[in-house]
Design a protein around this ligand. Structure first.
Ligand code: PMP
Length: 353
């Protein structure tokens, strides 16, 4: 801290991202990246863009990408916003659509970025307790004059809320913006984008970091009523009028064009999650039902922090949160066959100790 810091920055509690270790040969199952890598067409498109055009600014409206996304979801390009990862999209949502001093409801166990953004933008975060089984109770989400946000499936639990229940929350709160953060929706849920034509208070955010395996490219999107999107564009243009760089635009367009790759890798992750869930249950873990590319599991006889440390000594890293109600859980990203095997072998040794 220096004397030049504003009092606001002194009080700010920043988000701590998951570890990105520099050590080689780790089985990295801690930040929900996709083990299968992006479509080869993405790499080709980025290579083709590595030329003299880098001297030129990118398209100010990322219109080719917005068109590809609009086409994919059957909406108009004016209903699509894009940014550098859904974290940036969410930052603009908090800034432009959740109002200063007004309440914002979100689950008490959820993506830990939300309270950080509340601090950044002066919004009153109101955590709503999840039910005993970690599901969202639809009837608890009533906010006459503020906002609501929740991931679906939720993070870090992986628990999914059905589309009808999502709609019930949106319909019951016509005077509040309801944001559904669908970072993991492609691994087993049904997107609420199908509802945006009917509700002007619904905004859905998604990312290319997970199901399209492009966490390093930083592309996120939001779909909603054109008036909500316009607010996000105003904010974005005030920070940086180029929503994405040239490589991100062409890479993301190619990712939406390669539907087969998306489908194959998504199905591979889902099948792998089913196998890993069964194998962990066999080892005695309680595994929450997951619709994401990770699972949340606890062992009734073994302390989660000790297991996480033990796994690290076996060169496997998973995520452990020291937070109320979930401190006995491990969040484990679904890996490829070899990674899952290494995880299970390490766990067998640790449980036998
Ligand atoms: N929402 C949720 C629920 C997440 O878990 C993540 C990933 N950490 C994000 C949004 C942000 O993803 P990205 O910025 O990579 O799009």
């Amino acid at each position: 801290m220096s004397r030049f810091w504003s009092p606001f920055v002194k009080d700010l509690v920043p988000y701590v991202p998951g570890e990105q270790p520099r050590v080689e040969n780790l089985v990295k199952l801690n930040t929900n990246e996709n083990p299968y890598g992006p479509s080869p067409r993405v790499i080709e498109a980025i290579r083709a863009e590595l030329n003299d055009s880098l001297r030129l600014y990118p398209a100010p409206n990322a219109d080719t990408l917005k068109a590809a996304i609009a086409d994919h979801y059957g909406v108009e390009p004016s209903q699509v916003f894009v940014g550098n990862g859904s974290d940036e999209v969410l930052a603009h949502v908090f800034h432009g659509l959740f109002q200063h001093g007004r309440p914002l409801l979100f689950p008490d166990i959820t993506y830990s970025f939300y309270p950080v953004y509340c601090g950044l933008y002066g919004i009153q975060g109101q955590p709503v307790p999840l039910a005993e089984d970690f599901t969202l109770r639809v009837e608890d989400y009533r906010q006459p004059n503020g906002g609501i946000i929740f991931p679906n499936p939720n993070a870090p639990t992986g628990v999914l809320l059905g589309l009808e229940q999502v709609e019930a929350i949106v319909a019951a709160n016509p005077e509040s913006v309801v944001v559904v953060d669908e970072a993991y929706i492609d691994f087993g849920g049904e997107t609420a984008i199908s509802l945006v034509g009917r509700y002007d208070n619904l905004l859905v955010t998604q990312t290319l970091s997970k199901s399209r395996s492009l966490a390093g490219l930083r592309v996120g999107l939001a779909v909603g009523h054109a008036d909500l999107i316009e607010a996000l564009e105003r904010i974005k243009n005030s920070f940086n009028s180029y929503p994405l760089d040239r490589l991100a635009i062409v890479g993301a367009v190619a990712a939406f064009e390669d539907h087969d790759w998306f489908e194959q890798t998504r199905q591979a992750v889902i099948a792998s999650r089913q196998r890993l869930t069964a194998e962990l249950a066999e080892l005695g873990f309680d595994v929450l039902p997951s619709a994401a590319n990770f699972i949340f599991a606890r062992h009734p006889q073994h302390d989660a922090a000790t297991l996480a440390q033990g796994l690290r000594e076996h060169k496997v890293i998973v995520r452990h949160f020291r937070a109320a109600r979930i401190e006995q859980f491990l969040r484990i990203t679904i890996g490829n066959e070899a990674q899952n095997k290494a995880l299970l072998a390490a766990l067998r040794e640790l449980l036998a100790d």
